[in-house]
Design a protein around this ligand. Structure first.
Ligand code: GLN
Length: 195
């Protein structure tokens, strides 16, 4: 059975584990560098990106995750997307793996959290299901810009970027793990099976 890691330092890693299990993937909680062994991919959950970053530094995970990313897919949801970015316009530990600039809390406070239906062609095509993707945004970042080999995967109706891909690295501002729609996880699992 394929094993996919979920960084379990802080945030909603349990929700990702449930969806992976439903897709017949074995989820593995990652807290230490040795937990990365034998994994086909890694998910970095939503939560608080500064906390996740500080804990990753404390557990000596920064370079092992960067090494892992050379050959294996990584997907960051919300705080995880921030942690993957090259630039979050604030002093905080970042993996600096993706050529994206993010703006944290771009939609305002917790009360300004919202949900939106997104058309994400690539994910629709991969699943064969053309229904829009219901996306949950909780104190979400926007992806202000993409550069290098990063490209836009999804935008909200006002044109702001909320998902990007760069090779086998994936970033979403929203939380597919908080819905019943498994297509994004399926899409990530298919990236992992290609590597
Ligand atoms: N606001 C959080 C941050 O900046 C992200 C929120 C989330 O992951 N839902 O880290």
């Amino acid at each position: 059975m394929m094993k996919i890691g979920v960084l379990a330092l802080q945030g909603d890693f349990a929700e990702h584990k449930v969806i992976l299990k439903n897709l017949n993937v074995e989820p593995v909680e990652v807290r230490l560098p040795r937990d990365l062994e034998g994994l086909s991919g890694l998910i970095i959950p939503g939560g608080e990106s500064t906390t996740i970053g500080k804990l990753a530094v404390a557990y000596d995970l920064m370079d092992p995750i960067r090494d892992f990313a050379r050959s294996k897919p990584i997907w960051g949801t919300c705080a995880g997307a921030i942690f993957l970015s090259k630039n979050a316009k604030k002093e905080q530990p970042l993996l600096e793996l993706m050529n994206i600039v993010v703006e944290r809390n771009a939609f305002g406070a917790q009360v300004d959290s919202f949900e939106a239906d997104l058309d994400i062609e690539e994910v629709k095509k991969a699943s064969g299901d053309p229904a829009p993707f219901h996306a949950v945004f909780i104190r979400a970042p926007i992806i202000e810009s993409v550069s290098g080999s990063a490209r836009v995967l999804a935008k909200i109706s006002d044109g702001r970027i909320v998902a990007a891909i760069e090779g086998h690295l994936l970033a979403t501002s929203f939380h597919p793990e908080l819905t019943n729609d498994v297509r994004f996880h399926q899409y990530f699992v298919s990236l992992c099976s290609k590597n």
